[in-house]
Design a binder for this molecule. Structure first.
Ligand code: ADP
Ligand code: MG
Length: 256
C-alpha cells in the first residue's frame, strides 16, 4: 500500500502580501525521490514558498502540481491527503506528551479502525495497535530517536526535538516531505545527525524531500539539486557544485 513519490512542479509562482512581492514568477521542479533544497538570504521568500506548497498561503498567480494533481488552490488537509507533509520553522509538538504519543498523533491519518473499537479493545484494534507500535518504532529507528520514545518531549535536547517533529510528519506516510529550516539553531553535531536522518528517510522510505535552508554548507552536502531565491526571484538553479560557484549566488549571500 506504499504510495510512490511524484514530481512536484512549481510554475510561475507569484505571492503578494499587500504591497510586498514575496515571490515573483518562481519556477522549479522537485523530481520524485530526490532531495531538493531551496536556499537564499533572509526574506528571500523560502518560507512563503513552503507555505503555498502546503496550502497555508494562497498563490497570487502561478500553479503547483504534485504528480497529476493541481494543488494550487487546495486546502492544506487535501494536500496532506495527497501525501505532502511538512514541518515548521518553530517546533509545534506537545511538550508534556511522550515522543511515542507525539508520533502516534501523526499516525491518525493512516489508521483505519475507529476509536470505539480501540476503547472496546477488539482483536482487530489490538492487532492494529501492534502494527502502529511497529510503524512508530521503524520511524524512530531511522531518525535515531528510538531510545527516547518513552520520554516527555520537554526533556529532550533541541536537536532530538527537531527529529521528533520530522518523525511526526513522517508518521502520516507522506511521499513528499517539506522541511522549513531543519537545522536552524543547531550545533554542528546536531546538524550532522539531522543530515544523516534526512538521508536515511529518503533512502529507506523512497520519498522526496524539499528543504528550505539558510545554512549553505549543510545544504551543499545533502541536496542533489538547489534552487536559489533572492528577493522573491529565482536567481540560480543546479547541482551544489554549480550553485556554489555562481556569481549571482555569491553576490546575494555576500550582499555585495
Ligand atoms: P524567508 O523564509 O526566505 O526568510 P519569507 O518567505 O518568510 O522569507 O518572507 C518573504 C517576504 O514576504 C518578506 O518580506 C516577508 O516579510 C513577507 N511575508 C512573509 N509572510 C508574510 C505574511 N504572512 N504577511 C505579510 N508579509 C509576509
Ligand atoms: Mg523562513
Amino acid at each position: 500500500t506504499t504510495a510512490r513519490a511524484r514530481q512536484l512542479r512549481v510554475e510561475d509562482l507569484t505571492v503578494r502580501f499587500g504591497g510586498i512581492t514575496a515571490l515573483s514568477t518562481v519556477s522549479f521542479t522537485v523530481e520524485a525521490g530526490t532531495i531538493h533544497a531551496l536556499i537564499g538570504p533572509n526574506g528571500a521568500g523560502k518560507s512563503t514558498c513552503i507555505n503555498v506548497l502546503g496550502g497555508a498561503y494562497r498563490a497570487t498567480s502561478g500553479t503547483v502540481h504534485y504528480g497529476d494533481a493541481e494543488v494550487t488552490a487546495m486546502p492544506s488537509h487535501r494536500i496532506a491527503d495527497l501525501g505532502v507533509a511538512r514541518t515548521f520553522q518553530n517546533i509545534s509538538l506537545s511538550l508534556e506528551a511522550t515522543v511515542r504519543d507525539n508520533l502516534l498523533v501523526g499516525r491518525h491519518r493512516v489508521m483505519r479502525t475507529g476509536t470505539a473499537a480501540h476503547a472496546l479493545r477488539l482483536p482487530r484494534a489490538r492487532r492494529e495497535e501492534r502494527a502502529e507500535r511497529e510503524a512508530v518504532r521503524r520511524i524512530a529507528a531511522l531518525l535515531r530517536i528510538e531510545h527516547v520514545l518513552d520520554r516527555a518531549v520537554h526533556t529532550l535536547s533541541y536537536g532530538d526535538r527537531k527529529r521528533v517533529e520530522m518523525g511526526r510528519a513522517l508518521a502520516a506516510e507522506p511521499t513528499l516531505l517539506l522541511l522549513d529550516e531543519p537545522v536552524a539553531g543547531m550545533t554542528h553535531g546536531e546538524s550532522a545527525v539531522m543530515a544523516e536522518a534526512i538521508r536515511a528517510v529518503q533512502r529507506e522510505l523512497g520519498l522526496s524531500v524539499l528543504l528550505v535552508e539558510h545554512d549553505m554548507p549543510f545544504v551543499m552536502g545533502l541536496a542533489e539539486r538547489i534552487t536559489v531565491l533572492d528577493f522573491g526571484k529565482r536567481i540560480a538553479e543546479g547541482s551544489p557544485r554549480d550553485v556554489q560557484r555562481d556569481p549571482e549566488v555569491l553576490r546575494a549571500y555576500l550582499g555585495t
